[in-house]
Design a protein around this ligand. Structure first.
Ligand SMILES: [Zn+2]
Length: 320
């Protein structure tokens, strides 16, 4: 009896020694939009290094409406106005130029402050060519059709380059290319002093896309998982299973997501670390019937078992 009691008292110290104690959170994430199209609000994640006043958006399918909803739910300090929250965002990371990932940015731009738009070169070019071009919207950028209002400064990232510091935040970012029905999409690896967080845009499985981008991404982040530095992976599961490969249109289902993550698991070679890693599932497309895709995707992920799946909920905050 006495021995057992002593062991219990020692447990916290033992956990620390074996590295099993969960580290304190390194990031705060507010899910401003979690849907994958049709129903708003769509993909938008407000991410800050823990305790830092300013951060970034990873995709901006919604902005003003998403912030207002999160404010009503108490996700920001009570006194913070929508404008203050928008001002605290230092940069937009845009995974790809599809409307469900940029609509909030475009619509809120007349009320916005100066910021960087950080993306792969073809994504920034698409924003300049197709949105901020004086035809579909005034040119709020510093590229393309004159006059350039230059509220936004486009910063092009090279895929897989060195971590680029994000001005005004305590984070740096590296971009990795993804394949979304053959068109370019992006995974952003955010790093702060105490951790890393991976935010993926829309992606199909490598086997269906005829690509090696996810394989290369897993190879790049596997060491961070092994070190316990990676705090989460934001990734899509757009439709519940089953979907014929020809009708995935550059997206994942629970079974494909699981298959891709098994590849990461093999590369990491440490099941305890992989099991502890939050897989933040998002971009679920509402079903065309009254059945809930969200419930189906959640159940299917749960049934698959191994990984720590967390289906992101609209307007919720997560400490990672
Ligand atoms: Zn999308």
């Amino acid at each position: 009896m006495r021995h057992r009691a002593n062991l219990r008292a020692l447990l916290p110290a033992l956990l620390l020694l074996t590295g099993a104690a969960p580290p304190p959170p390194a990031f705060d994430l507010v899910a401003l939009g979690v849907n994958g199209g049709v129903e708003e609000p769509t993909s938008a994640y407000h991410i800050r290094a823990r305790g830092a006043p300013s951060g970034v958006m990873c995709d901006v399918g919604t902005l003003a409406a998403g912030i207002d909803q999160a404010r009503r739910r108490g996700r920001y300090p009570r006194a913070a106005s929508r404008e203050e929250v928008m001002t605290s965002i230092s940069a937009y990371l845009v995974t790809h130029a599809h409307l469900d990932h940029v609509a909030g940015l475009v619509l809120a731009s007349p009320n916005d402050t100066k910021k960087d738009i950080i993306a792969l070169a073809p994504v920034n070019q698409a924003l300049a060519d197709h949105y901020f071009n004086w035809t579909t919207w005034p040119n709020m950028g510093d590229r393309g059709a004159s006059p350039r209002l230059a509220q936004y400064h486009y910063r092009d990232l090279e895929p897989g380059g060195l971590p680029t510091p994000i001005a005004g935040t305590a984070m740096s970012v590296t971009a990795y290319q993804l394949s979304h029905a053959g068109s370019p999409s992006t995974a952003f690896l955010l790093q702060s002093q105490s951790g890393a967080l991976l935010c993926l845009g829309d992606t199909g499985p490598d086997a269906v896309e005829g690509s090696t981008h996810l394989n290369e991404l897993w190879r790049a982040v596997a060491p961070l998982v092994r070190q316990g530095r990676l705090r989460g992976i934001l990734i899509e599961a757009s439709y519940p299973d089953p979907v014929p490969d020809a009708r995935l249109y550059g997206h994942l289902t629970p079974s494909w997501l699981d298959k891709e993550l098994q590849n990461l698991r093999r590369m990491v070679g440490d099941d305890a670390r992989v099991k502890a890693l939050p897989i933040l599932v998002t971009h679920i497309k509402p079903a065309q019937t009254s059945r809930s895709s969200r419930a189906d995707v959640s159940r299917q992920l749960n049934d698959l078992g191994f990984f720590n799946y967390i289906v992101l909920e609209q307007g919720r905050a997560y400490a990672l």
